[in-house]
Design a protein around this ligand. Sequence first.
Ligand SMILES: Nc1ncnc2c1ncn2[C@@H]1O[C@H](COP(=O)(O)OP(=O)(O)OP(=O)(O)O)[C@@H](O)[C@H]1O
Ligand SMILES: [Mg+2]
Length: 479
Amino acid sequence: MLRSISLRLAAWYALAATITLAGLFVVGYQLLESYLVHGLDQLNTAEYEQIRARLGPNYQSLTASDINQRIRATTKYASVLFYIEVDEPGRGVVFYSNNLDGRPLPDVPHLHRFDGTMPNIGRLRLAEFILRPLDITIASSSEQVYKDMDGYVEVCSGLLGAMLCVSTLIGFALSRMALKPVRLIRETALRIGSDNLSERIPVSGVKDEISELGRLLNQMFDRLEYSFKEIRRFTAEASHELKTPLSLIRLQAEKLLVKGKLSPADEEAVQMQLEELARLNHIIEELLFLSRAEARAITLILKPQQPSRFLSVFAQDARVLAEHHGRRFELQCDGEGPAAFEAQRIRQVLLNLLVNALHASPPQGVVTLRSSVSASHWRVSLEDQGPGLPPGDRDRIFERFVRLGKRTADEQGSGLGLAICRSIIALHRGRIWAEAASEAGGLKVVFEIPTSDPPAAASGPSSAAARTQVPTIPKVAGT
Ligand SMILES: Nc1ncnc2c1ncn2[C@@H]1O[C@H](COP(=O)(O)OP(=O)(O)OP(=O)(O)O)[C@@H](O)[C@H]1O
Ligand SMILES: [Mg+2]
């Protein structure tokens, strides 16, 4: 089954062209054959005319031997080409040409022009002429005609093969040319994502079906972009608006605690409220960050620095955190060289990955952070010995509010951590994905950011640092 339209069109084109040519060749075969056979018929008729002239007007009074003599004199040389038999009802055969060796020519009753075969001679074209009372049959060999026809078939088969190849190539080139606008639509549509909804499909001025499709898709993208903007604006505004009343509630609750007039049970209830408020506040902060990152309203200060130095500082905190959870933390650094990143944000990413890995790891499990720097990328992976995730879930965990598996009481996450990690890595022009840590299980979350200097902004806080404000949020790759 051909899956590409180009290939299918090329195949149909080649088939149609070859079948048309084959049809023409069949018609040509029949025309050529009847033309050549007609030529033999004319030769036979010419020979008959010669015999008739030789017999003369009084042929009816001639004896059998006279007839034989006259015809033989005429056909002395012609017997190389013609096979001749003369019959006379009542007298039987009165003449056989020498080349027949006394054998009778084939006869088809009621037909005057017909084909036949004779042993040792092969295929013949025969013509029967009535010259009362004589019945003259003249035949010519049609072997050459059929040899010519076989040659014709050979040449045509070769030409059909060539036609099939050439028309496949032409068909493929034509279909690729015709489908070029469709490919353009496909490539643009693939590029358009939530982060670059302003891109549009280039539409030519020609009013055809494909440009109409491009225009319709562009209109759909207009509507999508408007809806996305509205949702982002709403999330940002709602998060912002919620912060003030939440702060007021928190202040009120703290005031109640400070006054100290609450019963122990009420005090505990207020404490719980404060904890939940802190969690809510945290979620609102995270949502605000995500909507600002998607609206490209966050400016990072990317500073070239040594990843190994940054990671060894992070490792000190990570070890303490791992020990607190009863797990072990290991760091492996390969390669040297500066990478441009904002330490605070990358630390935020690493912390979220570490907390996730610690929650997933079994007691005494090892969480390994690996870093390698190449000429083009700084690659970091955090690997745990937990249960891991099935391939279908490894992309989903980077979506907002996605939390999988059973949660324990101390796992109070909101499901926004990895979505934020993805935004931060995208702000660094990098990508993040999850894969299986090993055959035995475990999850490895990997991120890569380019080590090359980002395009310098017009104004920066220092010459060594550069700002980036144009994130391209890539599709999260999974394995
Ligand atoms: N190392 C891991 N092993 C197994 N599952 C994981 C791992 N890391 C993340 N997950 C799954 O992905 C989900 C999303 O993780 P994410 O960090 O986005 O949210 P969270 O940790 O639940 O909450 P928070 O917003 O506090 O980070 C987790 O709830 C967990 O189910
Ligand atoms: Mg998390």
